[in-house]
Each structure stands twice: as C-alpha cells, then as structure tokens.
Design a protein around this ligand. Structure first.
Ligand SMILES: O=P(O)(O)OC[C@H]1O[C@H](OP(=O)(O)OP(=O)(O)O)[C@H](O)[C@@H]1O
Ligand code: HPA
Ligand SMILES: [Mg+2]
Length: 187
C-alpha cells in the first residue's frame, strides 16, 4: 500500500526543526509571564491541535488550556473570508491573559474575527502564538491591543502547506512535518 509520505512533494520543516522551534517559543512564553498571572492557551481547532499539545508541554508555567473552533477553508485552498466560529469556552478568561494558538496565519481573517471576541470576554490581554505566518497572503491585518504580543514559529512562503495539524480537505493533519503536496493530490 502506498505511504502517506509518498503524497508529499517537498518537506519544508522537519520534525526536528519543528520541535526545537516549539521549545524556543515555549521558553519565550515562559519568560514573558508570571506564574501568579499565567496565561490561558486557547487553541483554534482543528488545525492547532498538535502545535498546542507540543507547546503546552514545553511551557514552564501553570497554564490553562481551552479551545475555540474556526473554519473558513472547507475542502479547498482558498479562504471563504468569513470564518464560522464556535466560542464556547470552558475556562473563564475574564481578567486572564489569553494566548490564541494557531497553526497558521494566512489571510488573517480567522484571527481578525477571533481577537475581538476574546477581548469582549474580558481577557486582560490577547496574544497570538502561531506556528507559521504566511504574510504574502495577508488580506486582513489583525490588531493586538495593549500587552498583546505576536509569537511566531516560522515565516512560510506562498505555498498551501500540510502536516503538523494543517490539512487539505481534512487530510494530512497527522504528518509529523510540514510540506507541500504533489500537484495531483490537490485535485
Ligand atoms: O488566516 P486565515 O486565512 O484565516 O487562515 C488561517 C486559518 O485557516 C485554517 O483553519 P481552517 O479554517 O482551514 O479550519 P481547520 O483549523 O479546521 O483546518 C488554519 O487552521 C487557521 O485557523
Ligand atoms: O497553507 C495552508 N495549509 C492548510 N491550511 C491552511 N489554512 C490557511 N492556510 C493554510
Ligand atoms: Mg484553523
């Protein structure tokens, strides 16, 4: 049977490169907050699930973890521009520092919709930690107010990438590295 890996044209970040960068991001976050006022990591499902799990395990603070859901890509490679959001948090973020954890910032519309929602729930700051940032595709520039900070793992060139949580048509999220599919697999 053909391997999942045979669908990949090019690996952009290997498993080792990912784990060392995630550890660096976690150290930066650990240094930026006090244990007495530690952040809530809010993962944006589904794409952030692996990054959130790895990041959280490397943070040396008593953090809380929760999820929101956002969907704007469906089964293609283009954003609808209007993310469907589900914001049913279990953790009360009122008066807490929130870090929104994303797999990728692409057009910016998902974060531009989510950040004001977290602010309106009373978060004392909203930061973003995204594994990838693809500035070449940006259409909406998200704003971080006050102490909000943008942590980013790697800058991504203008490729539609898969792996480490990121999908094409709900597949390939389980690849432990990030790569680009062979052209025939995007059909
Ligand atoms: O900056 P943007 O253009 O808004 O793109 C980024 C968002 O798109 C992807 O989610 P998607 O909507 O595909 O849902 P998923 O997380 O379930 O894959 C990705 O996980 C980010 O959440
Ligand atoms: O490049 C991407 N890959 C997978 N999902 C995405 N969502 C936004 N951009 C991407
Ligand atoms: Mg997502």
């Amino acid at each position: 049977m053909a391997s999942l890996h045979s669908h990949i044209d090019r690996v952009l970040w290997t498993q080792d490169q990912i784990s060392s960068r995630v550890a660096e991001l976690a150290s930066e976050i650990s240094a930026d907050f006090e244990a007495s006022n530690s952040p809530v990591l809010v993962g944006v499902a589904t794409g952030a699930f692996l990054f959130l799990a790895d990041l959280a395990r490397n943070i040396d603070l008593p953090i809380s973890v929760d999820f929101v859901r956002a969907q704007s890509y469906g089964s293609g490679t283009l954003s609808s521009g209007v993310p469907k959001l589900s914001l049913d948090l279990k953790v009360d973020v009122n008066g807490r520092h929130v870090i929104l954890v994303e797999d990728i910032v692409d057009t910016g519309s998902t974060l531009s919709s989510l950040i004001p929602c977290l602010e309106s729930k009373g978060a004392s700051s909203v930061s973003v930690c995204s594994f990838l940032d693809k500035p070449a595709r940006r259409k909406v520039h998200f704003q971080l107010v006050g102490k909000g900070k943008f942590y980013r793992g790697f800058e991504c060139l203008d490729y539609f990438v898969v792996g480490y949580g990121m999908d094409f048509a709900e597949l390939y999220r389980n690849l432990p590295y990030v790569g680009v599919l062979k052209p025939e697999c995007y059909k």
